[in-house]
Design a protein around this ligand. Sequence first.
Ligand code: SF4
Ligand SMILES: [Zn+2]
Ligand SMILES: [Zn+2]
Length: 291
Amino acid sequence: MTEQGLADDANLRGLLIPYAFGASGERVSPRGAARGHSYQCPECQERLVFRQGEVKVPHFAHYRAPESCRFMSEGWLHIAAKHAMFHAVSEWVEGHGPAPQLLRRCETCRQETWQPLPGKLKTVTMECRLSSGRVADLVLSNGSGPVALVEIYDTHAVDEEKEKDLCGIPWVELSATEALRDPIHWRPRMSSGLKPFRCRCASAVRMKAIDRGCALHVDGCPMRARVWRGKPYANVMDDCSACEHLIDLVHIERGEDDAEAYVLCDGFGKACADNPAALQAAGNVHVKGTG
Ligand code: SF4
Ligand SMILES: [Zn+2]
Ligand SMILES: [Zn+2]
């Protein structure tokens, strides 16, 4: 999409000016605005009007063309994305909105998972000057200091020189277009210094599937999906496939007629995953006569 196309698109969706200041200085998003109220542009402080109609998506627009407003400048995409992110994170830390989520890749199984931002984050600051003199797009702090930076990429990616200026604080770089469209789901283009991430597979137990003729079972189901003579088990197709603890079904081919199937299950929790008795129960107990 061309820049003009994106501007039209953003204007239509009411995303170009992601929020306005209300009469008491509070941030108001287009969804929470009402006609007849007075609003102010968070960039140029000029008056905004709220527009809504049968065919119009709710959005803010300048009452008069402003003399100078960065929302109307050449770098509007970067500015609008930054404000959209600032608004989304502020809403969350103030308890009014969902937690932004970061797409992480598990160091062990390489699967991607959305990880909500940690609850210890208390404040977000836009365009904050770091001790190096560099201005970071967004700084996330936990009350005692910055813990992460967000850089919005429009035309200038974080390079080696810029990274030095980020003072060793963990950072992620997000595309301005994506951040503007969806400021809650963050797909980093680049990142550095984040804590290594391991998904649910960290507490997975591998349970061997047993072919009992008419059904495939795993013995030792921690949720006791089924019980036979006091021993828990699960039907792989009927129970595990619909279970929240299922991480994966693994099929291993060893030869033409030699294959094994396993259920990767995190139902034991971390404590039990380290418990040899639980592991043994999960993997090795054969329950006769179940079917
Ligand atoms: S995935 Fe685990 S907890 Fe869920 S039914 Fe299967 S064995 Fe039981
Ligand atoms: Zn303005
Ligand atoms: Zn994993």
